[in-house]
Design a protein around this ligand. Structure first.
Ligand code: SF4
Length: 374
C-alpha cells in the first residue's frame, strides 16, 4: 500500500498567506503535464512492488488543469503502477474553477473525491486573504457538486484570521455543515516568513494573529463539529464515520509515497527526497532524463522524531506497543521527556498517550518535547 502525490503548481492569483510552491504564469500548463507524466514513468521503481491505494492532486490549484489533463495523469499512473481496486483519487479544487462545465467534464475522469479550498464564506475574510473567489461562488460551487452527485468532498476552512471573530467563525462552520460534507479540514492561519501577509504584519498594515483568539476558535470548531457527528481524527481534520482521508492518513501512518511535480516530496521509509521548487528547472531536468531532486537518508532518530510528531497529531495518539517494537532504544527517553509535559495536555491509557482536548492546540509543543535531539 502506497500513495502518489502530484503537485500542480498553478494558481489564478496569490493568496497573501500562502507559502506553497506555485506560479500564476499559466503558459507552461500543457508542457508541465507532459513532464509530470514523464516523471511518473522515470520513477516507476521508487515504490517497489507496492500497490497504489491513493492518488492526490495537490497544489497550487489542481483544478487549473483541464479534466482531460487530469485523466491523462491518472492513466499514466495506471500504465506504470499497480493500483488497488478502490483507489481514492482526490482533486484539490478552488470554487472559482468548479463551474457546471468543469464538473460535467470532470465526470469523465476517475477523480472520486474533492478537497475544496473554501477557506471562508465571509467576503471580508476572503478579500483580506486575497482569495480568487467570493462567498457566492463558494456556495454555488458546493451546491453544484451536490447537483452533480458528488457527495465525497472535503471543505477546507481557515480560522484565527485577525479580522475575524467567533461569530464569523461559527457562521463559517454552519455554512459548511449545511451541505453535510463527508470531511472538513480546519487550519489555523499561520503567518509564514516572506509571505505577503508577513510583510503586511511587519509593516503594521494589518493586525497580527492573536493566539488567544485562535485557541478559542479551535475549541469552538472542535465542539461544533463533534456535536454534528464529525470525528476529530487529526488536529486539523474532521470526518463523518468512514470518511477520513485515506491519503492524508497514510502520511500520518508512515505509508510510503511518491511525489511528482515541482516542489513535491517523496518518502520510502529510508529516505526523503524533494523535487526542485521551480517549474522551469523541473521541466528542463525531466526532459533531459535527470531527476531534479535532493534527498536525505533518515537515521533511526529522524524516523523516531517523525513518528512521534505525526502520531501525536492523531486522535488515537502514540501507540506504546508500537513504540516498543519500532524504537525500543528511545523508550526510556520518551518516558523521561513525558514528565516535562504539563499533565493536562495528555491522556494516558493502557494503549498509549494521546492529547487531551486542552493539549490539542499544543500538539507541536508536545511532539517536539518528546524529540530525540542528540
Ligand atoms: S490557491 Fe492555494 S496554493 Fe494557490 S496561492 Fe492560494 S493558498 Fe496558495
Amino acid at each position: 500500500m502506497a500513495g502518489i502525490y502530484i503537485h500542480i503548481p498553478f494558481c489564478k492569483q496569490a493568496c497573501h498567506y500562502c507559502n506553497f510552491y506555485f506560479t500564476t504564469n499559466l503558459k507552461n500548463v500543457e508542457a508541465s503535464v507532459h513532464s509530470m507524466r514523464r516523471e511518473l514513468k522515470i520513477r516507476k521503481e521508487y515504490l517497489g512492488k507496492q500497490t497504489i491505494s491513493t492518488i492526490y492532486f495537490g497544489g497550487g490549484t489542481p483544478s487549473m488543469l483541464h479534466p482531460s489533463q487530469i485523466q491523462q495523469l491518472i492513466e499514466t499512473v495506471r500504465e506504470h503502477y499497480l493500483l488497488e481496486e478502490h483507489v481514492e483519487i482526490t482533486l484539490e479544487a478552488n470554487p472559482d474553477n468548479l463551474d457546471a462545465t468543469y464538473l460535467k467534464e470532470l465526470a469523465d475522469t476517475e477523480v472520486n473525491r474533492f478537497s475544496i479550498g473554501i477557506q471562508s464564506f465571509n467576503d471580508a475574510e476572503l478579500k483580506w486573504m486575497n482569495r480568487a473567489h467570493n462567498q457566492q461562488e463558494a456556495l454555488e460551487c458546493l451546491d453544484l457538486c451536490r447537483d452533480f452527485g458528488y457527495s465525497n468532498f472535503s471543505i477546507d476552512l481557515i480560522f484565527g484570521i485577525p479580522i475575524s471573530n467567533t461569530d464569523i467563525w461559527t457562521s463559517n462552520l454552519n455554512q459548511a455543515l449545511r451541505l453535510k460534507p463527508h470531511h472538513i479540514s480546519c487550519y489555523a492561519l499561520t503567518v509564514e516568513e516572506n509571505t505577503a501577509l508577513d510583510h503586511f504584519v511587519k509593516a503594521g498594515k494589518t493586525p497580527a494573529v492573536v493566539d488567544k483568539d485562535q485557541r478559542e476558535q479551535f475549541y469552538l470548531g472542535h465542539d461544533i463539529l463533534e456535536a454534528h457527528g464529525y470525528d476529530h481524527y487529526e488536529i486539523s481534520n474532521y470526518a463523518l464515520q468512514g470518511h477520513a482521508s485515506k491519503h492524508n492518513s497514510s502520511y500520518w501512518e508512515g505509508v510510503h509515497y511518491l511525489g511528482i511535480g515541482p516542489g513535491a516530496h517523496s518518502y520510502n521509509g529510508i529516505s526523503r527526497s524533494w523535487n526542485v521548487a521551480h517549474l522551469i528547472q523541473y521541466m528542463k531536468a525531466i526532459e533531459e532524463n535527470r531527476l531534479p531532486l535532493e534527498s536525505e537518508i533518515l537515521d533511526l532518530k529522524d524516523q523516531y522524531n517523525e513518528w512521534v510528531m505525526t502520531s501525536i497529531r492523531k486522535k488515537v495518539g502514540i501507540d506504546i506497543s508500537l513504540l516498543g517494537e519500532m524504537f525500543s532504544v528511545f523508550k526510556s527517553h520518551f518516558y523521561n521527556m513525558l514528565e516535562e509535559i504539563p499533565s493536562s495536555y495528555i491522556v494516558r491509557d493502557s494503549k498509549g498517550i494521546r492529547l487531551s482536548k486542552e493539549g490539542m492546540i499544543f500538539a507541536d509543543f508536545v511532539g517536539s518535547a518528546l524529540f530525540k535531539t542528540d
